[in-house]
Structure formats: structure tokens, C-alpha cells
Design a protein around this ligand. Structure first.
Ligand SMILES: [Zn+2]
Length: 316
């Protein structure tokens, strides 16, 4: 049984230390305060710290998800639907349901990103405006939080040799360790010792503080991770050349989402122009007739054909 407050301090050391030096400092003070440095469990945990402590793994992209959280999420999603007496077929069906649920959440998030609205803390700041243009809502909120934190940081230039500036950035009272930011203003290359960008793919508050000093008004392209952008979901999966061959055709769910997005985009563009609306109405009518004719059409040899593999065969 852990002593009172140990778990809370342990969580803090695990989640809120950015560098190895910071982690070592708080970890040692935790062990000293609870007098547990010689406990066998702690000794074993300490010997494995490179595997569980995020401070040692900042050079690899993780999206901010701890390694243990990945399996916990999968276990939680699958185990709440299955019982130990279920067979392999039940598991497979359950697995497909879970994937469907995740896809549905993903589509909801995608829709909210393209149509959502909220009150923004930094409505007119150019950097935030740009972030709002490119990122999904969830990632923008992380960016905005970091930008607000950046405003309160102290930034001191310690060296300058054109085009590279070197800064020490940190909060004057709250941060135990301040971070070093290198910024090449000519090539717009930036690096911070907290390594947060490499780990999560969103610029850290230290770098944003330096951007404020240099009046940077757009996030440099190389620091916009595609998976966090609104356009990430719009990647078109190309159909194979031979569409009659089922293997080369993309799955129905992927094609459906891509097509819905394309249609919504055109409809949004046309909604305020009556002539453009009419074009869409006529186009949809024409397309609908052609598709019905194709799906349920009668070929020259008189055979009724169903040209879409896997179609329901009804007047769909
Ligand atoms: Zn940083």
C-alpha cells in the first residue's frame, strides 16, 4: 500500500517532466521524501525507466499517448463486449464492431473540424489564425493552450550569429529547468531541448515564445504534421486501374466518405448562388438517372446485369 500522496507525486513526475535532468531531479526527491529508494519494487522500476518514462523517449513520435495507454484502450474497447466463453468468430465480429465505432467517432471529429465553431482565446493573432486554418479543432486547442502559456514565459537571447539565434526560455518562477531554443530565421528551422515537437507533433510553448519575438506569423511548413491537419482525412485513396477486379477497388466505406466530403464541399461552395445551386440540382438528377441505368441496366445481349460487385441488387 503506497503512502498517502505517493501516487499523485509519481503521476506528476511521469507526466510533467520534459527532460531527463528534470525527471532525475523530481524522481530522486520523490524517493528521498518517501524513503523508498531501497525498496525492491522501486529498484526494479528504476532499472526499466527508459521503457516507461516519456522523458527518455522524446525523440520518437508517440502523439502524446503513453505506451501503456495503447493496450489499455484496446483492452477496454474489446473486453467490455466479450465474455470469456465467446469463441473466435464472436471475437472477430466484436472486433469489426469496435473498428466501426472508432471510424464513426473519427468521422464525427472530421465533420466537427470542418463545420465547428467556438470562442477563441487568441482570435486575432496571426499565428493562431494560421493554426486554426490548418489544424483540426482538437489539435488547434492544444496549440492555443501552448500559445497562451508561451505569453507568460521569459525569453533571453544568449547568442546571435546571423541567421541563428539561441534563447533560454522558461517561466521565471514555475519552471525548474528552462529550455534552450535555437532558431534559424533564414531557413525557419527551430529546435528546442524539451523535444515536445518530435514527440507530439505540435510546437512547444518555448518555440512559440521565440516566434512571438521574431514576429513569425505562419507555422513553417516543415512543422505542420499532416496527420493533425484538416486535410489529413481528405487524402484520396486511388482506385486501381482495373475497377472490375475487386482487389484493386478501395473499400465501400472509404469511397463513401471521400465522395460525401467532395459533395459537401461543392454544395457549400454553391449554397449562396442560385445559378450554381441549379447546376448542382440538374447534375444530381442526371447522375442519379445514369447510375440507376448502369446498376440495373439491360446490356445489348439482353442479360440483366449488376455492374457493381457487392451491390444489394435492389433499386438502391
Ligand atoms: Zn520546448
Amino acid at each position: 500500500m503506497a503512502k498517502e500522496g505517493f501516487k499523485r507525486r509519481f503521476d506528476y513526475v511521469l507526466k510533467y517532466t520534459d527532460t531527463v535532468a528534470e525527471f532525475e531531479h523530481y524522481w530522486n526527491s520523490l524517493l528521498a521524501d518517501y524513503n523508498c529508494a531501497k525498496h525492491s519494487w522501486i529498484i526494479r522500476l528504476n532499472s526499466l525507466k527508459e521503457k516507461w518514462c516519456p522523458s527518455y523517449n522524446k525523440d520518437w513520435f508517440s502523439g502524446g499517448v503513453l505506451s501503456s495507454q495503447r493496450s489499455e484502450t484496446t483492452n477496454h474497447s474489446i473486453s467490455r463486449r466479450l465474455h470469456k466463453t465467446n469463441g473466435l468468430c464472436d471475437f472477430y465480429k466484436c472486433f469489426l464492431d469496435v473498428i466501426d465505432e472508432w471510424r464513426s467517432k473519427e468521422n464525427k471529429g472530421d465533420y466537427n473540424s470542418s463545420t465547428g465553431n467556438r470562442y477563441y482565446a487568441c482570435a486575432d493573432n496571426m499565428l493562431c489564425l494560421h493554426a486554426r486554418d490548418v489544424y483540426t479543432i482538437a489539435i488547434y486547442l492544444i496549440f492555443e493552450q501552448r500559445f497562451i502559456k508561451a505569453i507568460g514565459l521569459r525569453c533571453q537571447r544568449i547568442s546571435y550569429e546571423f541567421p541563428v539565434s539561441k534563447y533560454i526560455v522558461g517561466h521565471p518562477t514555475k519552471d525548474f529547468i528552462r529550455h534552450v531554443v535555437m532558431f534559424n530565421e533564414q531557413e525557419m528551422v527551430v529546435d528546442c531541448t524539451c523535444k515536445s515537437y518530435g514527440e507530439i507533433g505540435v510546437l512547444c510553448s518555448h518555440i512559440l515564445r521565440v516566434f512571438i519575438v521574431h514576429n513569425v506569423e505562419e507555422i513553417p511548413k516543415q512543422y505542420i504534421m499532416k496527420r493533425w491537419t484538416k486535410k489529413a482525412m481528405n487524402t484520396i485513396v486511388e482506385e486501381g486501374e482495373d475497377r472490375d477486379n475487386e482487389v484493386s477497388v478501395v473499400s465501400a466505406s472509404v469511397w463513401r466518405m471521400q465522395s460525401i466530403r467532395n459533395c459537401i464541399k461543392v454544395i457549400n461552395e454553391a449554397q449562396h448562388c442560385p445559378a450554381a445551386r441549379k447546376l448542382i440540382d440538374l447534375g444530381v438528377l442526371d447522375m442519379s438517372c445514369k447510375v440507376k441505368e448502369y446498376i440495373g441496366g439491360i446490356e445489348g445481349d439482353g442479360n440483366v446485369s449488376n455492374n457493381f460487385a457487392g451491390c444489394c441488387g435492389t433499386d438502391c
